[in-house]
Design a protein around this ligand. Structure first.
Ligand SMILES: Cc1cc2nc3c(=O)[nH]c(=O)nc-3n(C[C@H](O)[C@H](O)[C@H](O)COP(=O)(O)OP(=O)(O)OC[C@H]3O[C@@H](n4cnc5c(N)ncnc54)[C@H](O)[C@@H]3O)c2cc1C
Length: 428
């Protein structure tokens, strides 16, 4: 569908024309969010890179970005955004059966569901393969026992991507299975955790004889590590590829957005639960500094330009990864570099936002300058260098996979997980 330029790159003029004309005929701010998202999904514009009939049109990533930018340009409401749309659907599309794709993907495409991610545990975060939540087969079902933590948005999710240990007698990476589990059941208890930005976006989640059908096992028993790694790769690229204006807060029946007027929701800042996304770019902070009469401060200007340079490097790295993907080459550790750059940019914003406000930078709350969003940003930024794999882990991956450096010494990779010593003593 896209036309090519002299170098054979997609330039997407046809796609731009097609989506523009479709939006002209179809975007109606008076529709409910539910009806608008369904209309977008039925037409294949909601997630253009997904397959036809499942909310997409099988377009290339480049064309997908063109469509997303046109939706923003038209002032229309963007697609639903939860971990289900960012990572769940892509993993089911890649590793699920046809039956699973046809059953699990359409509700995500239409924004009828929000999913969460049941990966991290109190003793398994960076070392995810060391997790201890257990899955035991019981006929056509699996019984789940254990605890997860830092589960974002679990209280508005209808399903979760769960990695659990189904075999303790093989090395740690080989005994894991990956399920899509219903959240609303008696065996799952969700307890919110209060954050320093005042929100309670995270949860700890306890599984006590929770049940999941064998039909919701993705990729087969013992294949959970491959699905988990794919999920994390989609998380890194999905979160860093986000187009401004695309995020509309959490979808799904429990989040309360579906029956609102689409035109009202598009005008609101997105509530992703992670704190304000505002004041994370150099231009927003520069504008703030100007407004507060600090635009001529030479030291501040110099640091703002350094922040701008970081942003440019991140954008060029992303461009290089896309060019590699277009040429059929592996993008290497580009998604890890992009995530690391995001952390650097966040920290620069955290430092420069309050400096632009001077002493007022210490104020919090909605009556503080910029509605308190600078302080909210300052308190929310630390999470971005931990979520989805910490900065240190990104550096390890870049070193090992990107630069070919030797791997960390590991003493527990090849022994049965049951025999791996636990911190605090004991095994199993
Ligand atoms: C905003 C946010 C949202 C999140 N959402 C979810 C979610 O929805 N679902 C979910 O399952 N989890 C979620 N998490 C959890 C997140 O994935 C983990 O916090 C992260 O993987 C780190 O694990 P940990 O907290 O156990 O830290 P640890 O793994 O205990 O790490 C502690 C410190 O040691 C360092 N470290 C650990 N291992 C190494 C190593 N090999 N080399 C060098 N340094 C190392 C780490 O970088 C870190 O600084 C979220 C976290 C945040 C902040």
């Amino acid at each position: 569908m896209a036309s090519g330029d002299a170098q054979g790159n997609d330039v997407g003029n046809d796609i731009s024309d097609e989506i523009r004309s479709w939006l002209g005929d179809n975007w109606d701010p008076d529709l409910s969010v539910r009806d608008w998202w369904q209309r977008m999904a039925d037409a294949g514009w909601q997630f253009p890179t997904w397959p036809e009939g499942l909310g997409g049109r099988g377009l290339s990533a480049t064309d997908g970005r063109i469509v997303a930018a046109e939706v923003v340009e038209a002032g229309a409401l963007g697609p639903p955004f939860s971990l289900g749309q960012v990572m769940g659907a892509p993993v089911v599309l890649q590793q699920g059966s046809d039956e699973q794709r046809n059953r699990l993907v359409p509700p995500l495409a239409a924004g009828l569901e929000s999913w969460c991610q049941f990966f991290s545990e109190p003793e398994a975060g960076s070392d995810l393969a060391g997790l201890r939540t257990t899955a035991e087969r019981d006929g056509d079902e699996w019984v789940i026992n254990g605890q997860k933590v830092w589960t974002s948005a679990a209280r508005v999710a209808s399903r979760g991507m769960l990695v659990a240990r189904s075999n303790w007698d093989v090395p740690k990476h080989r005994g894991l299975s990956y399920f899509i589990i219903d959240v609303d059941q008696p065996g799952i208890e969700i307890r919110p955790l209060k954050q320093m930005n005042g929100q309670a976006h995270f949860n700890e989640v306890f599984f006590t004889d929770a049940r999941v059908s064998d039909a919701d096992l993705i990729g087969g028993e013992g294949q959970g590590w491959a699905a988990a790694v794919a999920t994390l790769a989609f998380e890194r690229s999905g979160l860093s590829n986000r187009v401004a204006g695309q995020v509309v807060g959490l979808p799904g029946e429990k989040a309360g957005v579906l029956d609102r007027r689409a035109g009202d929701v598009v005008a609101e800042p997105a509530d992703t639960g992670l704190g304000s996304r505002a004041f994370r770019s150099w231009s927003e902070i520069a504008e703030l500094a100007d407004e507060r009469g600090r635009g001529d401060d030479a030291a501040l200007r110099q640091e703002l330009m350094a922040m701008r340079a970081l942003g440019k490097v991140a954008a060029w790295s992303a461009q290089r990864a896309r060019a590699a993907a277009r040429a059929g080459e592996s993008p290497g550790s580009a998604a890890n570099v992009a995530k690391l750059m995001g952390s650097h940019i966040g920290r620069a914003a955290q430092h420069l936002g309050p400096r632009s406000l001077g002493a007022d930078g210490m104020l919090a709350g909605t009556d503080a300058p910029a509605d308190g969003q600078v302080t909210d940003m300052v308190l929310s930024v630390p999470s971005s260098s931990i979520a989805g794999g910490s900065d240190e882990i990104q550096r390890n991956i870049i070193g090992e996979r990107g630069l070919g450096l030797p791997k960390d010494v590991s003493v527990d990779r090849e022994i049965p997980f049951r025999d791996v010593p636990r911190s605090g003593g004991g095994t199993g």
